[in-house]
Design a protein around this ligand. Structure first.
Ligand code: C2O
Ligand code: CU
Length: 519
Protein backbone atom coordinates (compact mmCIF):
# COMPACT_ATOMS: atom_id res chain seq x y z
CA UNK A 1 0.00 0.00 0.00
CA UNK A 2 1.35 3.38 -0.84
CA UNK A 3 1.88 5.43 2.29
CA UNK A 4 1.66 8.57 0.19
CA UNK A 5 -1.88 7.74 -0.66
CA UNK A 6 -2.97 7.25 2.91
CA UNK A 7 -1.32 10.48 4.01
CA UNK A 8 -2.90 12.51 1.31
CA UNK A 9 -6.29 11.09 1.95
CA UNK A 10 -6.95 10.54 5.58
CA UNK A 11 -4.25 9.30 7.84
CA UNK A 12 -5.36 7.60 10.98
CA UNK A 13 -2.65 6.37 13.29
CA UNK A 14 -4.02 3.24 14.83
CA UNK A 15 -3.31 -0.35 15.44
CA UNK A 16 -6.25 -1.74 13.51
CA UNK A 17 -6.41 -0.81 9.87
CA UNK A 18 -4.34 0.60 7.08
CA UNK A 19 -1.14 0.93 9.01
CA UNK A 20 0.35 -2.52 8.91
CA UNK A 21 3.79 -0.96 8.77
CA UNK A 22 3.32 0.44 12.24
CA UNK A 23 2.52 -2.93 13.68
CA UNK A 24 5.16 -5.08 12.07
CA UNK A 25 7.95 -3.11 13.70
CA UNK A 26 7.77 -3.65 17.39
CA UNK A 27 10.31 -1.59 19.33
CA UNK A 28 11.73 -4.64 21.08
CA UNK A 29 12.63 -6.38 17.85
CA UNK A 30 14.44 -3.41 16.52
CA UNK A 31 16.29 -2.63 19.70
CA UNK A 32 17.98 -5.99 19.41
CA UNK A 33 18.86 -5.22 15.84
CA UNK A 34 20.37 -1.93 16.87
CA UNK A 35 22.85 -3.18 19.43
CA UNK A 36 25.48 -3.96 16.83
CA UNK A 37 24.58 -0.86 14.88
CA UNK A 38 25.64 1.51 17.61
CA UNK A 39 29.17 0.17 17.56
CA UNK A 40 29.31 0.07 13.79
CA UNK A 41 28.83 3.81 13.52
CA UNK A 42 30.81 4.72 16.64
CA UNK A 43 33.83 5.73 14.60
CA UNK A 44 31.73 7.88 12.30
CA UNK A 45 30.35 10.45 14.68
CA UNK A 46 29.09 13.36 12.62
CA UNK A 47 30.05 16.84 13.72
CA UNK A 48 32.32 17.11 16.72
CA UNK A 49 34.49 14.04 17.10
CA UNK A 50 36.20 13.92 20.44
CA UNK A 51 37.48 11.20 22.76
CA UNK A 52 35.63 12.57 25.73
CA UNK A 53 32.10 13.85 25.78
CA UNK A 54 30.49 15.41 28.85
CA UNK A 55 27.12 13.95 27.93
CA UNK A 56 26.25 10.84 25.97
CA UNK A 57 22.82 9.45 25.31
CA UNK A 58 20.77 7.10 23.20
CA UNK A 59 17.73 8.60 21.53
CA UNK A 60 15.21 6.19 20.03
CA UNK A 61 12.50 7.21 17.58
CA UNK A 62 9.85 4.50 17.90
CA UNK A 63 6.19 3.63 17.63
CA UNK A 64 4.39 3.48 20.94
CA UNK A 65 0.95 3.61 22.43
CA UNK A 66 0.11 6.29 24.97
CA UNK A 67 -3.07 7.39 26.75
CA UNK A 68 -3.92 10.95 25.66
CA UNK A 69 -7.67 11.18 26.13
CA UNK A 70 -9.80 9.14 28.55
CA UNK A 71 -10.47 5.71 27.11
CA UNK A 72 -8.33 3.85 24.63
CA UNK A 73 -4.66 4.76 24.29
CA UNK A 74 -3.51 6.36 21.02
CA UNK A 75 -0.89 4.99 18.67
CA UNK A 76 1.97 7.48 18.42
CA UNK A 77 5.55 7.81 17.28
CA UNK A 78 7.79 9.15 19.99
CA UNK A 79 11.31 9.62 21.30
CA UNK A 80 12.78 7.81 24.25
CA UNK A 81 16.22 8.37 25.69
CA UNK A 82 18.77 6.62 27.89
CA UNK A 83 21.46 8.65 29.53
CA UNK A 84 24.80 6.89 29.14
CA UNK A 85 26.97 9.61 30.61
CA UNK A 86 26.48 13.03 32.19
CA UNK A 87 24.56 14.73 34.99
CA UNK A 88 21.47 12.82 36.17
CA UNK A 89 19.11 15.70 35.34
CA UNK A 90 20.17 15.70 31.67
CA UNK A 91 17.19 13.58 30.65
CA UNK A 92 13.70 13.87 32.11
CA UNK A 93 11.23 11.42 30.63
CA UNK A 94 7.63 12.42 30.06
CA UNK A 95 6.25 8.96 30.74
CA UNK A 96 2.55 9.82 30.49
CA UNK A 97 2.90 11.74 27.27
CA UNK A 98 4.03 11.10 23.71
CA UNK A 99 6.44 14.02 24.06
CA UNK A 100 10.11 13.17 23.94
CA UNK A 101 12.19 13.45 27.10
CA UNK A 102 13.21 16.95 28.11
CA UNK A 103 16.96 17.24 27.54
CA UNK A 104 18.76 19.71 29.80
CA UNK A 105 22.24 20.80 28.70
CA UNK A 106 24.73 23.38 29.89
CA UNK A 107 26.55 25.87 27.74
CA UNK A 108 30.01 24.51 26.95
CA UNK A 109 29.17 20.83 27.35
CA UNK A 110 30.16 18.41 24.61
CA UNK A 111 27.35 16.05 23.73
CA UNK A 112 27.18 12.81 21.80
CA UNK A 113 23.84 11.38 20.78
CA UNK A 114 23.16 8.01 19.17
CA UNK A 115 19.92 8.36 17.23
CA UNK A 116 18.21 5.02 16.60
CA UNK A 117 15.53 4.95 13.95
CA UNK A 118 13.02 2.29 14.96
CA UNK A 119 10.31 3.69 12.70
CA UNK A 120 9.12 2.14 9.45
CA UNK A 121 10.39 5.11 7.44
CA UNK A 122 13.32 7.53 7.19
CA UNK A 123 13.68 10.15 9.86
CA UNK A 124 16.13 12.80 11.11
CA UNK A 125 16.45 14.73 14.36
CA UNK A 126 16.81 18.49 14.05
CA UNK A 127 18.01 20.50 17.08
CA UNK A 128 15.81 23.48 16.45
CA UNK A 129 17.57 26.77 17.19
CA UNK A 130 20.96 25.36 18.14
CA UNK A 131 24.16 26.64 16.55
CA UNK A 132 25.58 23.29 15.42
CA UNK A 133 27.60 22.06 12.43
CA UNK A 134 25.65 21.38 9.25
CA UNK A 135 26.13 17.60 9.48
CA UNK A 136 24.50 17.28 12.89
CA UNK A 137 21.63 19.65 12.12
CA UNK A 138 19.26 16.81 11.23
CA UNK A 139 18.71 17.98 7.68
CA UNK A 140 16.75 15.97 5.11
CA UNK A 141 19.97 15.34 3.13
CA UNK A 142 21.15 12.97 5.88
CA UNK A 143 18.22 10.66 6.56
CA UNK A 144 18.47 7.83 9.04
CA UNK A 145 17.02 4.72 7.43
CA UNK A 146 14.69 2.38 9.32
CA UNK A 147 16.70 0.19 11.66
CA UNK A 148 19.79 2.38 11.42
CA UNK A 149 21.64 4.45 13.98
CA UNK A 150 23.33 7.79 13.42
CA UNK A 151 25.70 9.28 15.96
CA UNK A 152 26.10 13.04 16.22
CA UNK A 153 28.44 15.07 18.41
CA UNK A 154 28.40 18.78 19.15
CA UNK A 155 29.40 21.38 21.67
CA UNK A 156 26.67 23.45 23.28
CA UNK A 157 27.58 26.92 21.98
CA UNK A 158 24.27 28.66 22.56
CA UNK A 159 23.47 30.72 25.58
CA UNK A 160 20.69 29.67 27.92
CA UNK A 161 17.31 29.19 26.30
CA UNK A 162 14.45 26.88 25.47
CA UNK A 163 15.09 24.93 22.28
CA UNK A 164 13.48 21.78 20.92
CA UNK A 165 14.12 18.81 18.73
CA UNK A 166 11.91 17.27 16.09
CA UNK A 167 11.88 15.27 12.90
CA UNK A 168 12.97 16.92 9.66
CA UNK A 169 12.48 14.11 7.16
CA UNK A 170 11.80 15.03 3.55
CA UNK A 171 11.80 12.43 0.82
CA UNK A 172 11.15 12.33 -2.89
CA UNK A 173 7.41 12.32 -2.23
CA UNK A 174 7.57 15.46 -0.13
CA UNK A 175 8.06 16.39 3.47
CA UNK A 176 7.28 14.16 6.43
CA UNK A 177 7.91 16.80 9.09
CA UNK A 178 4.24 17.50 9.56
CA UNK A 179 3.28 13.85 9.84
CA UNK A 180 6.17 12.75 12.06
CA UNK A 181 5.97 15.69 14.44
CA UNK A 182 2.22 15.27 14.61
CA UNK A 183 2.63 11.57 15.41
CA UNK A 184 4.65 12.70 18.45
CA UNK A 185 8.28 13.11 17.42
CA UNK A 186 9.17 16.29 19.32
CA UNK A 187 10.73 17.18 22.65
CA UNK A 188 12.16 20.10 24.61
CA UNK A 189 15.83 20.91 24.91
CA UNK A 190 16.89 23.37 27.59
CA UNK A 191 20.27 25.09 27.63
CA UNK A 192 21.47 26.62 30.89
CA UNK A 193 24.36 28.99 31.50
CA UNK A 194 26.05 31.09 34.19
CA UNK A 195 24.42 34.36 33.24
CA UNK A 196 20.93 32.96 33.57
CA UNK A 197 21.73 31.06 36.76
CA UNK A 198 22.97 34.31 38.30
CA UNK A 199 19.56 35.94 37.82
CA UNK A 200 17.84 33.54 40.23
CA UNK A 201 14.72 33.23 38.10
CA UNK A 202 11.94 30.99 39.42
CA UNK A 203 13.09 27.37 39.19
CA UNK A 204 12.16 23.89 40.37
CA UNK A 205 8.43 23.79 41.09
CA UNK A 206 8.20 27.43 40.03
CA UNK A 207 9.35 26.75 36.49
CA UNK A 208 6.55 25.40 34.29
CA UNK A 209 7.25 23.97 30.85
CA UNK A 210 4.36 24.11 28.43
CA UNK A 211 4.29 22.54 24.97
CA UNK A 212 1.25 23.63 22.96
CA UNK A 213 -0.01 21.40 20.18
CA UNK A 214 -3.36 20.79 18.55
CA UNK A 215 -4.67 17.42 17.51
CA UNK A 216 -7.72 15.77 16.01
CA UNK A 217 -8.90 12.39 17.25
CA UNK A 218 -11.12 9.79 15.66
CA UNK A 219 -13.75 7.78 17.58
CA UNK A 220 -11.42 5.42 19.37
CA UNK A 221 -8.83 8.08 20.19
CA UNK A 222 -6.80 7.50 17.04
CA UNK A 223 -4.82 10.55 16.00
CA UNK A 224 -6.05 11.89 12.69
CA UNK A 225 -3.76 13.87 10.43
CA UNK A 226 -5.36 15.79 7.54
CA UNK A 227 -9.00 15.52 6.67
CA UNK A 228 -10.25 13.73 3.60
CA UNK A 229 -11.06 15.21 0.19
CA UNK A 230 -11.73 18.93 0.29
CA UNK A 231 -10.64 19.12 3.91
CA UNK A 232 -7.28 17.66 3.04
CA UNK A 233 -6.74 20.26 0.36
CA UNK A 234 -7.56 22.97 2.88
CA UNK A 235 -5.22 21.42 5.42
CA UNK A 236 -2.35 21.53 3.01
CA UNK A 237 -3.12 25.07 1.96
CA UNK A 238 -3.57 26.53 5.44
CA UNK A 239 -1.60 24.05 7.49
CA UNK A 240 -3.15 21.46 9.76
CA UNK A 241 -5.42 22.86 12.49
CA UNK A 242 -6.56 20.30 15.06
CA UNK A 243 -9.94 20.41 16.73
CA UNK A 244 -8.57 20.41 20.28
CA UNK A 245 -5.52 21.75 22.03
CA UNK A 246 -3.09 19.68 24.07
CA UNK A 247 -0.70 21.03 26.69
CA UNK A 248 2.31 18.76 27.23
CA UNK A 249 0.55 16.03 25.29
CA UNK A 250 -2.66 16.02 27.34
CA UNK A 251 -5.84 18.08 27.60
CA UNK A 252 -5.10 21.30 29.55
CA UNK A 253 -5.17 20.76 33.29
CA UNK A 254 -5.16 22.66 36.54
CA UNK A 255 -1.77 23.13 38.17
CA UNK A 256 -1.62 23.66 41.90
CA UNK A 257 0.70 26.56 42.56
CA UNK A 258 1.86 28.62 45.50
CA UNK A 259 1.87 32.38 45.89
CA UNK A 260 5.04 33.87 44.46
CA UNK A 261 6.67 34.26 41.06
CA UNK A 262 6.51 31.66 38.28
CA UNK A 263 8.45 31.23 35.10
CA UNK A 264 6.37 29.70 32.31
CA UNK A 265 8.34 28.54 29.30
CA UNK A 266 6.13 27.89 26.31
CA UNK A 267 6.85 26.13 23.02
CA UNK A 268 4.43 26.22 20.14
CA UNK A 269 4.97 22.68 18.86
CA UNK A 270 1.88 22.76 16.67
CA UNK A 271 1.99 22.11 12.95
CA UNK A 272 0.33 25.38 11.96
CA UNK A 273 -1.68 26.96 14.76
CA UNK A 274 -0.79 30.42 16.06
CA UNK A 275 -1.54 31.22 19.73
CA UNK A 276 -2.34 34.58 21.27
CA UNK A 277 -1.22 34.12 24.88
CA UNK A 278 -3.08 36.18 27.46
CA UNK A 279 -4.16 36.00 31.10
CA UNK A 280 -7.80 35.43 31.92
CA UNK A 281 -7.90 38.38 34.34
CA UNK A 282 -6.52 40.77 31.73
CA UNK A 283 -3.21 41.38 33.47
CA UNK A 284 -0.32 42.09 31.09
CA UNK A 285 1.83 39.24 29.86
CA UNK A 286 5.38 39.81 31.15
CA UNK A 287 7.74 38.41 28.54
CA UNK A 288 11.30 37.73 29.69
CA UNK A 289 12.64 35.58 26.85
CA UNK A 290 12.13 34.38 23.30
CA UNK A 291 13.57 31.67 21.02
CA UNK A 292 17.22 32.44 21.71
CA UNK A 293 17.01 33.05 25.47
CA UNK A 294 16.40 35.98 27.77
CA UNK A 295 15.53 39.47 26.55
CA UNK A 296 17.66 42.35 27.81
CA UNK A 297 14.79 43.46 30.00
CA UNK A 298 11.25 42.30 30.74
CA UNK A 299 8.47 43.54 28.45
CA UNK A 300 4.81 43.89 29.39
CA UNK A 301 2.39 43.15 26.56
CA UNK A 302 -1.42 42.98 26.53
CA UNK A 303 -0.94 39.54 24.94
CA UNK A 304 1.92 37.69 23.27
CA UNK A 305 1.88 35.94 19.91
CA UNK A 306 3.43 32.50 19.58
CA UNK A 307 3.79 31.17 16.03
CA UNK A 308 4.69 27.57 15.21
CA UNK A 309 8.19 26.63 16.46
CA UNK A 310 8.58 29.81 18.52
CA UNK A 311 9.22 29.89 22.25
CA UNK A 312 8.32 32.48 24.86
CA UNK A 313 9.51 32.81 28.42
CA UNK A 314 6.83 34.38 30.61
CA UNK A 315 7.12 35.57 34.18
CA UNK A 316 4.07 35.91 36.39
CA UNK A 317 3.82 36.99 39.99
CA UNK A 318 1.19 35.30 42.13
CA UNK A 319 2.38 36.76 45.43
CA UNK A 320 -0.73 38.97 45.69
CA UNK A 321 -3.00 35.95 45.25
CA UNK A 322 -4.83 34.08 47.98
CA UNK A 323 -5.24 30.35 48.31
CA UNK A 324 -8.27 29.40 46.23
CA UNK A 325 -7.60 32.01 43.53
CA UNK A 326 -7.30 30.79 39.98
CA UNK A 327 -5.73 32.27 36.91
CA UNK A 328 -5.93 30.92 33.38
CA UNK A 329 -3.42 31.21 30.60
CA UNK A 330 -5.56 31.39 27.50
CA UNK A 331 -5.21 31.75 23.77
CA UNK A 332 -7.35 34.77 23.00
CA UNK A 333 -9.54 35.48 20.02
CA UNK A 334 -7.98 37.00 16.89
CA UNK A 335 -8.75 37.64 13.25
CA UNK A 336 -7.07 34.93 11.28
CA UNK A 337 -7.54 36.47 7.86
CA UNK A 338 -7.77 33.90 5.14
CA UNK A 339 -6.86 31.13 7.54
CA UNK A 340 -10.14 31.69 9.32
CA UNK A 341 -11.74 30.11 6.28
CA UNK A 342 -11.55 26.79 7.98
CA UNK A 343 -14.19 27.82 10.44
CA UNK A 344 -16.45 28.67 7.56
CA UNK A 345 -15.89 25.24 6.11
CA UNK A 346 -17.60 24.04 9.25
CA UNK A 347 -15.01 21.30 9.61
CA UNK A 348 -13.22 22.42 12.72
CA UNK A 349 -14.40 22.58 16.31
CA UNK A 350 -11.61 24.96 17.24
CA UNK A 351 -10.89 27.28 14.31
CA UNK A 352 -7.71 29.32 14.25
CA UNK A 353 -8.26 32.50 16.23
CA UNK A 354 -10.81 31.12 18.66
CA UNK A 355 -10.50 31.58 22.42
CA UNK A 356 -9.63 28.59 24.62
CA UNK A 357 -7.74 27.82 27.86
CA UNK A 358 -4.16 26.50 27.84
CA UNK A 359 -3.44 26.06 31.53
CA UNK A 360 -5.19 26.82 34.79
CA UNK A 361 -3.21 27.86 37.84
CA UNK A 362 -4.86 27.27 41.16
CA UNK A 363 -3.22 28.85 44.17
CA UNK A 364 -3.22 26.25 46.92
CA UNK A 365 -0.75 27.63 49.45
CA UNK A 366 0.93 30.80 50.64
CA UNK A 367 4.67 31.10 50.87
CA UNK A 368 6.99 33.95 51.78
CA UNK A 369 7.54 36.06 48.68
CA UNK A 370 10.82 35.25 46.97
CA UNK A 371 13.12 36.95 44.45
CA UNK A 372 11.69 39.93 42.51
CA UNK A 373 12.13 40.02 38.75
CA UNK A 374 15.48 41.63 37.85
CA UNK A 375 15.20 44.79 35.73
CA UNK A 376 18.11 43.62 33.55
CA UNK A 377 18.06 40.09 32.17
CA UNK A 378 20.23 38.71 29.36
CA UNK A 379 22.68 41.51 28.64
CA UNK A 380 25.83 39.60 27.73
CA UNK A 381 25.08 38.85 24.10
CA UNK A 382 25.16 42.12 22.17
CA UNK A 383 22.74 42.77 19.34
CA UNK A 384 24.09 42.33 15.83
CA UNK A 385 25.28 45.68 14.49
CA UNK A 386 23.91 46.68 11.14
CA UNK A 387 24.26 49.88 9.13
CA UNK A 388 23.41 51.22 5.71
CA UNK A 389 26.22 49.13 4.18
CA UNK A 390 24.90 45.84 5.51
CA UNK A 391 23.92 43.60 2.65
CA UNK A 392 20.16 43.06 2.32
CA UNK A 393 19.07 39.76 0.80
CA UNK A 394 15.44 39.73 -0.30
CA UNK A 395 13.08 36.77 -0.18
CA UNK A 396 9.62 37.01 -1.62
CA UNK A 397 7.02 34.60 -0.30
CA UNK A 398 4.42 33.94 -2.95
CA UNK A 399 1.64 31.47 -3.69
CA UNK A 400 2.04 28.71 -6.27
CA UNK A 401 -1.25 27.73 -7.85
CA UNK A 402 -2.57 24.61 -6.07
CA UNK A 403 0.90 23.67 -4.85
CA UNK A 404 1.50 25.75 -1.77
CA UNK A 405 4.02 28.55 -1.52
CA UNK A 406 7.38 29.49 -2.97
CA UNK A 407 10.39 31.50 -1.78
CA UNK A 408 11.72 33.79 -4.53
CA UNK A 409 9.67 31.70 -6.94
CA UNK A 410 11.45 28.48 -5.94
CA UNK A 411 10.33 25.43 -4.02
CA UNK A 412 12.35 22.80 -2.21
CA UNK A 413 14.89 21.27 -4.56
CA UNK A 414 17.06 19.05 -2.41
CA UNK A 415 20.52 20.45 -1.78
CA UNK A 416 20.45 22.63 -4.88
CA UNK A 417 21.38 26.15 -3.89
CA UNK A 418 20.84 29.12 -6.17
CA UNK A 419 23.50 31.81 -6.49
CA UNK A 420 21.50 34.20 -4.36
CA UNK A 421 21.34 31.58 -1.60
CA UNK A 422 25.10 31.52 -1.02
CA UNK A 423 26.50 33.56 1.84
CA UNK A 424 30.02 34.05 3.20
CA UNK A 425 31.22 32.74 6.54
CA UNK A 426 31.86 35.69 8.84
CA UNK A 427 29.45 38.05 7.07
CA UNK A 428 26.63 39.93 8.69
CA UNK A 429 23.50 40.20 6.55
CA UNK A 430 19.95 41.40 6.71
CA UNK A 431 17.41 38.99 5.27
CA UNK A 432 14.20 40.63 4.20
CA UNK A 433 11.10 38.48 3.93
CA UNK A 434 8.30 40.01 1.93
CA UNK A 435 5.03 38.16 2.34
CA UNK A 436 3.11 38.44 -0.88
CA UNK A 437 0.39 36.04 0.27
CA UNK A 438 -2.80 36.40 2.32
CA UNK A 439 -1.46 34.09 5.07
CA UNK A 440 1.05 34.50 7.89
CA UNK A 441 4.29 32.52 7.53
CA UNK A 442 6.62 31.74 10.48
CA UNK A 443 10.03 31.86 8.75
CA UNK A 444 12.80 29.81 10.34
CA UNK A 445 16.53 29.86 9.59
CA UNK A 446 18.69 26.94 10.71
CA UNK A 447 21.95 27.10 12.63
CA UNK A 448 21.76 30.57 14.13
CA UNK A 449 19.81 33.12 16.15
CA UNK A 450 18.92 36.47 14.58
CA UNK A 451 17.62 39.88 15.65
CA UNK A 452 14.48 41.36 14.15
CA UNK A 453 15.45 44.73 12.63
CA UNK A 454 11.96 45.90 11.77
CA UNK A 455 8.62 45.38 10.06
CA UNK A 456 6.65 47.41 7.60
CA UNK A 457 3.53 47.22 5.53
CA UNK A 458 1.50 44.62 7.37
CA UNK A 459 -2.13 45.48 7.93
CA UNK A 460 -2.72 46.48 11.51
CA UNK A 461 -4.53 43.52 12.91
CA UNK A 462 -5.46 41.80 16.12
CA UNK A 463 -2.00 40.33 16.68
CA UNK A 464 0.22 43.38 16.14
CA UNK A 465 0.77 44.35 19.77
CA UNK A 466 1.81 40.88 20.75
CA UNK A 467 4.68 40.33 18.31
CA UNK A 468 7.80 40.07 20.46
CA UNK A 469 10.63 41.29 18.21
CA UNK A 470 13.33 42.15 20.74
CA UNK A 471 15.93 39.61 21.76
CA UNK A 472 17.10 36.61 19.78
CA UNK A 473 15.02 34.48 17.47
CA UNK A 474 15.27 31.62 15.03
CA UNK A 475 11.69 31.93 13.77
CA UNK A 476 9.85 35.13 12.87
CA UNK A 477 6.20 35.52 11.99
CA UNK A 478 5.70 37.43 8.75
CA UNK A 479 2.13 38.67 8.52
CA UNK A 480 0.18 38.91 5.25
CA UNK A 481 1.62 41.61 2.91
CA UNK A 482 4.22 42.46 5.53
CA UNK A 483 7.97 42.91 5.05
CA UNK A 484 10.20 41.84 7.94
CA UNK A 485 13.96 42.34 8.21
CA UNK A 486 16.17 40.14 10.38
CA UNK A 487 19.92 40.53 11.00
CA UNK A 488 22.23 37.56 11.35
CA UNK A 489 25.90 36.68 11.33
CA UNK A 490 27.20 33.47 9.78
CA UNK A 491 29.68 32.28 12.34
CA UNK A 492 31.95 29.29 12.88
CA UNK A 493 30.34 26.69 10.60
CA UNK A 494 30.32 26.60 6.83
CA UNK A 495 28.25 24.21 4.75
CA UNK A 496 24.61 23.65 3.94
CA UNK A 497 21.72 24.85 6.10
CA UNK A 498 18.07 25.35 5.43
CA UNK A 499 15.51 28.10 5.78
CA UNK A 500 11.80 27.56 5.51
CA UNK A 501 8.32 28.33 6.65
CA UNK A 502 7.64 26.48 9.92
CA UNK A 503 4.02 25.97 9.11
CA UNK A 504 4.83 22.29 8.71
CA UNK A 505 2.38 21.68 5.90
CA UNK A 506 3.82 24.62 3.96
CA UNK A 507 7.32 23.34 4.61
CA UNK A 508 6.42 19.80 3.58
CA UNK A 509 4.82 21.10 0.38
CA UNK A 510 8.11 22.76 -0.54
CA UNK A 511 8.25 26.20 1.15
CA UNK A 512 11.81 25.38 2.11
CA UNK A 513 15.25 25.89 0.56
CA UNK A 514 18.86 25.10 1.29
CA UNK A 515 21.37 27.93 1.63
CA UNK A 516 25.11 27.58 1.71
CA UNK A 517 27.62 29.21 4.03
CA UNK A 518 30.91 29.35 2.17
CA UNK A 519 34.16 29.37 4.12
CU1 C2O B 1 12.02 23.34 13.65
CU2 C2O B 1 13.78 23.32 9.97
O1 C2O B 1 12.91 23.30 11.79
CU1 CU C 1 4.03 29.27 5.43
Amino acid sequence: MSREKSVHRRTVLRAAAGTGVLLTLSPGLLLTGCDGGVKAVESETLGLDSDEYDVELNLHAMPDSVPILPGAPSEVWRYRAELLKGPQNTVTENPDSYLGPTIRLRHGQTVKIHIHNELPEDTTVHWHGLHVPSDVDGQPRLPIRPGETMTVGFEVLDRAGLFWYHSHAHGKQGGRVGFQSYAGLAGLLIVEDEEEAGLKLPSGDNELLLVLQDRTFAGNNELVYMGGGMGSMMDRMHGFIGDRVLANGAPPTTRKVATGPYRIRVLNGSNARIYKLAWSDGRPVTVIGADGGLLQEPEDRPYAVLAPAQRLDIWVDLSESQPGDTLELISDRFQAGMMGGMGMMGSNALPLGSRFPLARLEVSKSVEASEPLPAQLGVQRQKILVNSNTRIRRFELSPVMMRGFAINGRRFDGTNVADDEKVRLGDTEIWEFHNNTPMPHPMHIHGLQFNVVGRRGGSSDSLQQGLVDSGWHDTVLVMPRETVQVAMKFERFDGLYIYHCHNMEHEDAGMMRYFQVRG
